[in-house]
Structure formats: structure tokens, C-alpha cells
Design a protein around this ligand. Structure first.
Ligand code: HGY
Ligand code: MN
Ligand code: MN
Length: 408
């Protein structure tokens, strides 16, 4: 089977592990779909001769030991969770490329000096427990064990309960010393239109936007839709709608590529004839420059303060805050060199999406490759990328990994 065919087989298999068959990929962390994907990934790691372990967050590691004792690993991987009704490539493209790099090492009987470590990360999207980048933040110690165990999903199920439900062990070791990671490489789909419009198969990522995520809770007073006069209401949904209608304009006015999204909103008690007494919505804010993120946060808070009218109480809780990241210069140069040597057309590109790479870039040398997304679509069932591009990125990572692991 060719590399492209192997990649298609991996993607096609992982795509089946979804809670919404026929409506995209919904693979929430520690769900049955997670377990199916996890078992498949571990199986593939074992068949490439890797030693497979999981940590106390449920991240999966497949290690090919090096000849140097206790040497730091060259890590390659991405996440395997998804957004609700997302696509089959966001995350899995990077996991599959990493699996195939290991498979080529095994096929060629290569023995690296530094270990090669394949990693499949949990909860990058934050779709179940909020925030996101959970697996990488756990590995690098940004997310403490206390923070982790206090996380609950929208049904009040904790991370620990959810892990145990699918047979994972949250008491396994958590976190890695930075000294145990020599470099981190991640292939990801671009999730935008640039590479396709340029007709270039490989993007070498220069930088990743800064991002902030807030959860805003608006509290009012429930009441009868028919008997409560309009001037005697504390309607949480009307107050939330007033705020939300002002937020996008803050990003537009800030300009310079600043973007703001209200992606999730829950109304309580959600009855057609009941005045809502609580609304919880999210605000996702990004920009290549931190000052823009800061400016919009302060304007958002001012807008919220102005909406604290009689009977309405509003709390904005920060769930995630990450500064913009520039990726490692040496690794970028290496990826350029290996792109040339493998005859891949490439260009440099900045990422408007957040990635685990931005977390690893605080503790080790990080490099990212993008491949084109058809019509620039992602986070939807229409998401699609070409396995030939994944294969090309795999080749580049294989050559880069040989150099970084000092494999003869
Ligand atoms: O939201 C993001 O940028 C990523 O898909 N988690
Ligand atoms: Mn992703
Ligand atoms: Mn995503």
C-alpha cells in the first residue's frame, strides 16, 4: 500500500469514530468515540514498533527509543478530538502524518540517536471541558492537576469521572519536564483559503495568533411570558443579546485582522413561555498582535459593565489566554530545507487558528506545517484535504525527524 493509501485508510477509519455519523466528526474527549479512536491510534503505534503509554490526562505517546540513554525526544503529533459536527482532518491529519513517520522509521530499520515520540493529544478544541489545548497544557504543566480535576462538562461530569468511564487512569503521571522534549513538530490543515488560492501544497508556519476565550454568564429573573409586564422584567436573554450585538464591531474597529466570535450560547430554563433567568455564552477573540486582544477585552468589559442594569448581573470569566507565538527559526529553516529536498512547493504562512504547537513553543523548539483546506473550510462536515499533501508533509517531517534525532 502506498503512503497516500495508508493515509487515506487512517483518515477513513478515524472518521468513522463520530457521535454524528453523516453530519461530520463529533469526537468529544473521553467519549466512546474517543475510546474507539484511541484504540486505533495505539494499535497503529504498536504495529510500528513503538512503546505505547498514556498519561494522566489521556494523552497517547508512542516512543521509538534512541541509542542515547535518557535523551530528550523529538515529538511529532497533533490532537484527535473534534469540534461538534467538525471535519475529519482537523487534528487527525497531524496524528496520521506522525504515525506514518514512525512507520517509515520502522520499515527502514532506523535506529535514532534521540528518541522519536509520536503523540496524540486530548481536548485541543475544548468542546467538552472548555478552554481547549488541554492535553498540551497538561504536558507542559500550564494546566495544573487541581485545575484539571476541577473541570466539568455541561452535564457536570468531571474530567476524572469521564476518564474512568472509558477505562483511563487519571492517577497516571501527568506533565513532562521540558528537558525531555528536544523538539515538537505538528502538521495541521490550514483551515483557511490561502494555500489553495496560491495553489501551494505546503505552508511553513511563521507565527500563531494570540487568543482569549471568555465565558459570559448573564443572570436575570425567570417569569411568566404572559403575565409579566415589559417594564417589570429582568430578561437575561435580552441583556445578553444587547451585549452580543455590540461585540463584533469592537473587532472590526480594532482592525488588523482582529476577529471575535460568539460561538456557543445556552439559555435557561429554555422554555418558550418563560422569561430566561440565565444565559451563558462564549467569546473567542484573536489577533496577531497582543495589544489588539487587550484593547478589545477592555472594550468588551466596558460594554458588559454598562449592561449591569437593575436585576441583571453579568460575570465574564476568562477561560484561556495565550499570547501570539513566533515559531522556532531553526526548525523553520530545517523545514524549508527539507521541503526543497523533497521537491515540495512551499510558502511561509501565519496561523489564525490556535494549535497545541503554541503551547509547546513555550518549552521547546516547535515547527508547524500546513496543507491546503478545500475552499478554506474547516470546523464543518465539508472539511477536506488531499492525502497527497498529507503524504508530502509526512515526507518532509520524516527527513526533518531523521536530522533532529541524528539518525544515520
Ligand atoms: O480554535 C482553534 O483555533 C482550534 O481549532 N482549536
Ligand atoms: Mn486543530
Ligand atoms: Mn479545530
Amino acid at each position: 500500500m502506498s503512503l497516500k493509501e495508508r493515509i487515506e485508510q487512517h483518515i477513513g477509519t478515524l472518521e468513522q469514530f463520530t457521535a454524528t455519523p453523516g453530519c461530520g466528526t463529533t469526537r468529544l474527549t473521553y467519549s466512546q468515540e474517543d475510546l474507539q479512536a484511541r484504540n486505533y491510534i495505539k494499535e497503529q503505534m504498536k504495529s510500528s514498533g513503538l512503546t505505547v503509554t498514556e498519561d494522566g490526562f489521556g494523552n497517547i505517546f508512542g516512543k521509538l527509543e534512541g541509542t542515547l540513554p535518557d535523551a530528550p525526544s523529538v515529538m511529532i503529533g497533533s490532537h484527535f478530538d473534534s469540534v461538534p459536527n467538525g471535519g475529519a482532518y482537523d487534528g487527525p491529519a497531524g496524528v496520521v502524518a506522525a504515525l506514518e513517520v514512525a512507520n517509515i522509521f520502522q520499515k527502514q530499520g532506523l535506529k535514532p540517536k534521540y528518541p522519536l515520540e509520536i503523540v496524540a493529544l486530548v481536548e485541543e478544541e475544548g468542546s467538552r471541558f472548555g478552554g481547549g489545548l488541554m492535553g498540551s497544557r497538561g504536558i507542559t504543566g500550564v494546566l495544573t492537576d487541581t485545575d484539571f480535576t476541577s473541570l466539568k462538562d455541561k452535564d457536570g461530569i468531571s474530567t476524572v469521572e469521564a476518564m474512568q468511564k472509558i477505562g483511563l487512569d487519571p492517577s497516571l503521571p501527568k506533565g513532562r519536564n521540558a528537558e525531555t522534549i528536544k523538539a515538537f513538530l505538528e502538521l495541521h490543515i490550514e483551515q483557511g483559503p490561502i494555500l489553495e488560492e496560491k495553489d501551494i501544497p505546503i505552508g511553513i508556519v511563521d507565527s500563531i495568533v494570540g487568543l482569549a476565550q471568555y465565558e459570559v454568564t448573564v443572570k436575570g429573573q425567570a417569569g411568566h411570558a404572559g403575565t409579566t409586564p415589559m417594564n417589570r422584567r429582568a430578561d437575561a436573554l435580552v441583556a445578553a443579546a444587547n451585549i452580543i450585538s455590540q461585540l463584533p464591531e469592537l473587532a472590526v474597529k480594532e482592525g488588523d485582522g482582529t476577529v471575535l466570535t460568539v460561538g456557543r450560547l445556552h439559555t435557561y430554563p429554555n422554555g418558550a413561555n418563560v422569561i430566561p433567568d440565565k444565559v451563558v455564552f462564549t467569546v473567542d477573540l484573536r489577533s496577531g498582535k497582543e495589544e489588539h486582544v487587550q484593547n478589545v477585552i477592555s472594550k468588551m468589559k466596558a460594554c458588559i459593565d454598562a449592561s449591569q442594569t437593575a436585576g441583571i448581573e453579568i460575570v465574564a470569566q476568562e477561560q484561556l489566554y495565550i499570547q501570539p507565538k513566533s515559531l522556532n527559526e531553526n526548525i523553520r529553516t530545517l523545514l524549508e530545507k527539507k521541503s526543497k529536498e523533497t521537491n515540495a512547493a512551499y510558502c511561509s504562512i501565519n496561523s489564525g487558528a490556535g494549535h497545541d504547537s503554541m503551547i509547546f513553543s513555550d518549552v521547546t523548539d516547535v515547527g508547524m506545517l500546513f496543507i491546503p483546506s478545500r475552499a478554506g473550510l474547516s470546523h464543518c462536515p465539508e472539511e477536506w484535504s488531499d492525502s497527497r499533501h498529507i503524504a508530502k508533509a509526512t515526507e518532509i517531517f520524516f527527513e526533518a525527524a531523521k536530522q533532529l534525532t541524528e539518525t544515520e
